[in-house]
Design a protein around this ligand. Structure first.
Ligand SMILES: *[C@@H]1O[C@H](CO)[C@@H](O)[C@H](O)[C@H]1NC(C)=O
Ligand SMILES: *[C@@H]1O[C@H](CO)[C@@H](O)[C@H](O)[C@H]1NC(C)=O
Ligand SMILES: *[C@@H]1O[C@H](CO)[C@@H](O)[C@H](O)[C@H]1NC(C)=O
Ligand SMILES: *[C@@H]1O[C@H](CO)[C@@H](O)[C@H](O)[C@H]1NC(C)=O
Ligand SMILES: *[C@@H]1O[C@H](CO)[C@@H](O)[C@H](O)[C@H]1NC(C)=O
Length: 333
């Protein structure tokens, strides 16, 4: 009986893994599966068993897979925004950007901006676990001096105690395109987006986009400021309220709630992940099932072997079917 088991850098990738219990479990499961297959083949008496264990897929530092069947694409899909993006708001012509994404590769990272949705970062590397993450989720406009100045994409992936965030600012360009992205402060990114949408002098003015009602309120507010009936601070605060009502900005309370809810969901998810320890029992249970199955097969084999011997090695039993073929287990593809 000849065994040749080829493994492809599984040990090395596994050793460097920031393995969570979850992952260990799925790996154990996987080994168990292979073990059961080998055992089955041993039991069935094949002449040559050629098992190819393909490199265990990496988790890309994101949510780990319970079963080992995942691919790069699936991992990309598994990136999950911590919060729901705000609804579209702002200059009407910007609505045409909804649902579109723009990417740029810069120093080993591909950045992707999906206006009014998210900004993501994808490490361009053949490393087993290139980083992919969400830098920010669409939240609100930054308005300065009656002008839409920046799209604020906040509540991105955790970065120590803070969350990643991106400020998207605009420059006139002949087409929609990311000009550059920088990180002025740790985990706070600045993305310059070129677009024809801002080329007109008045393209980003806030006042004309407001409803008549809100425009009237703003007019009153201006008057009160002129007559010194309100302080500059009071003016700013009330102006912000107008922007909140227009849906351009979030109130401090809304922001706080969004952030709080996201944290809660995360804590819940963490608990659930910790709850994966419960699957240790499940793992044992599954192990027992496999063991029982193997016992059953052994019994079956004993019967079959008798049959085979009696039939002078003829008769299309399990033994023949498996033993005659060189089996390659490409368990992951
Ligand atoms: C980012 O936004 C785009 C466009 O809405 C969407 O297709 C994509 O799934 C979003 N990415 C994530 C990780 O949710
Ligand atoms: C976003 O739009 C949906 C559908 O139009 C609406 O039900 C929801 O209340 C809006 N969300 C906010 C925060 O305005
Ligand atoms: C990146 O953008 C280019 C166009 O600029 C597009 O052809 C390409 O498919 C995009 N890549 C990804 C991965 O979205
Ligand atoms: C505010 O914007 C107006 C035009 O929209 C401009 O003339 C003025 O200089 C700006 N003021 C500041 C302080 O940026
Ligand atoms: C990115 O673009 C901004 C605005 O045009 C420019 O000031 C800055 O120098 C650029 N940064 C890099 C790293 O190219």
């Amino acid at each position: 009986m000849a065994f040749s088991i080829r493994t492809t850098s599984m040990a090395s990738s596994y050793a460097t893994d920031i393995a969570t219990m979850h992952r260990k479990l799925s790996f154990r499961y996987y080994l168990l599966f292979i073990f059961a297959q080998v055992w089955f083949l041993v039991l069935t008496g094949s002449d040559k068993v050629n098992i190819k264990i393909v490199e265990e897929p990496s988790s890309y530092g994101m949510l780990n897979s319970y079963n080992a069947h995942n691919s790069y694409q699936e991992t990309e899909k598994r990136l999950k925004m911590r919060i729901k993006p705000s609804n579209f708001s702002g200059p009407v012509h910007f609505h045409r950007l909804v649902g579109h994404c723009f990417n740029k590769t810069e120093t080993n990272y591909r950045y992707e901006l999906c206006p009014f949705s998210n900004v993501t970062q994808h490490e361009q590397s053949l490393r087993w676990n290139p980083y992919s993450g969400i830098l920010g989720v669409w939240q609100e406009w930054e308005i300065v001096n009656n002008t839409f100045v920046a799209m604020v994409m906040g509540e991105g992936d955790n970065c120590g105690k803070i969350q990643r965030s991106v400020k998207v600012i605009f420059e006139c360009g002949s087409k929609h395109e990311i000009k550059n992205i920088t990180e002025p402060k740790t985990c706070n990114y600045l993305l310059v987006f070129l677009t024809p949408f801002v080329c007109h002098k008045h393209a980003m003015l806030v006042y004309p986009t407001l409803s008549e009602e809100l425009q009237t309120e703003w007019n009153l507010l201006e008057g009160q400021l002129q007559q010194n009936l309100i302080t500059n601070k009071g003016y700013k605060k009330r102006l912000h309220k107008i922007f909140e009502r227009a849906g351009y900005c979030l109130s401090p309370e809304q922001k706080e709630r969004i952030s709080h809810d996201a944290t809660q969901i995360e804590e819940k998810a963490q608990k659930e992940e910790a709850g994966e320890f419960a699957t240790l029992a499940k793992c044992s249970e599954e192990y027992k099932k496999l063991k029982d199955e193997a016992e059953g097969l052994r019994t079956l084999l004993a019967l079959n072997t008798d049959t085979v011997n009696n039939d002078n090695n003829r008769g299309g039993t399990h033994v023949d079917l498996i033993g005659d073929r060189e089996m390659e287990y490409d368990a992951l593809n």
